[in-house]
Every structure is written in structure tokens, then in C-alpha cells.
Design a protein around this ligand. Structure first.
Ligand code: FES
Length: 157
């Protein structure tokens, strides 16, 4: 059956088009302001360069030192056997920040009560996989922490 008139009037069509344009413009502007206010939020670098390596590497046994891994948390961690490792300080479940509990020698995620041993293995709670570890090296009195398999070359001064 063919109608002799349109179900959508010209006014409705133009109002919908204009409303959609206004909504797109508003949401786009809001997103731009959000990204401008929090440029590193959620971003992860391939490496970070930290000054004063001794501040991170000469920490007491069985302790951590936090650093900014882009917009996330990173830790330098000296295990009870004195090995020093670098790791991402977020849980493998839903990326909440983890904390180290020296008395238990474990990392704890307060969001859903997840636990990791000092080697990063998920041992209790919902975390589905181990913590992510990084590599590091000291160069020109800087501590370079980088993702495994990434080649980092600093510009020569
Ligand atoms: S986010 Fe860590 S246990 Fe859920």
C-alpha cells in the first residue's frame, strides 16, 4: 500500500538532524576537554625513565617503591631474597591498584580481595593471571624501566 503523504514531516526531519548535530558537537567537546584535563589517564608507555636510580634500587628488603607507569602505577620491588624487580602495580583482574603487604610477603588487591605471591603469581581471589613484570637497566645515572621485548635507546647528550 502506498501512502499519499509522508509519516515524517519536514520539520521533524530537520529537528532530528539539528538535534543530532548539537548532541554530537556537545559530546565531542566534552571528550576533548576530558582528554585535555587527564592526558595520561589509562595510557601505558613502552618505557619510563626515572632519575636517581639509587632511590629505587637501594630500598630495604621486602619493600616497594612506587613510580608512575604512564597513567598507571608501577613498583620497584625488592623481594625477601634481595632480588629487585619492576612490575605494573595493577591487578590482572580489573586493573585496580595493588598494595604490597610486607608481613604476608604478598601483593593484595582491595577491589575484590585478590592476592599475588611475591613472584607475582595469582594465588587467591578472582585475578585470572599473574602480575606483569618489566625489565630495567641503569644508564647515565637513570633507571630505565621498559616492557619486555622493547628496545629502548636514549638520545645521546
Ligand atoms: S580488580 Fe583485583 S581482584 Fe578484582
Amino acid at each position: 500500500m502506498k501512502l499519499n503523504y509522508s509519516l515524517v514531516t519536514r520539520r521533524t526531519f530537520l529537528n532530528t538532524l539539528f538535534g543530532g548535530w548539537i548532541a554530537s558537537f556537545f559530546l565531542g567537546s566534552l571528550y576533548a576537554v576530558w582528554r585535555g584535563a587527564f592526558p595520561t589517564l589509562g595510557k601505558e608507555p613502552d618505557f619510563v625513565v626515572l632519575p636517581k636510580p639509587a632511590d629505587y634500587l637501594d630500598i630495604p628488603t621486602n619493600s616497594t617503591k612506587a613510580f608512575a607507569w604512564g597513567g598507571k602505577l608501577g613498583y620497584i620491588f625488592k623481594r625477601s631474597d634481595n632480588t629487585v624487580v619492576a612490575l605494573k602495580g595493577v591487578c590482572s583482574h580489573m586493573e585496580c591498584n595493588i598494595v604490597y603487604k610486607p608481613a604476608d610477603r604478598k601483593f593484595y588487591c582491595p577491589c575484590h580481595k585478590g592476592w599475588f605471591d611475591e613472584y607475582g603469581k595469582n594465588i587467591e581471589g578472582p585475578p585470572p593471571k599473574p602480575l606483569e613484570f618489566f625489565e630495567y637497566r641503569v644508564e647515565d645515572n637513570k633507571l630505565i624501566v621498559f616492557k619486555k621485548g622493547i628496545k629502548v635507546e636514549l638520545p645521546k647528550a
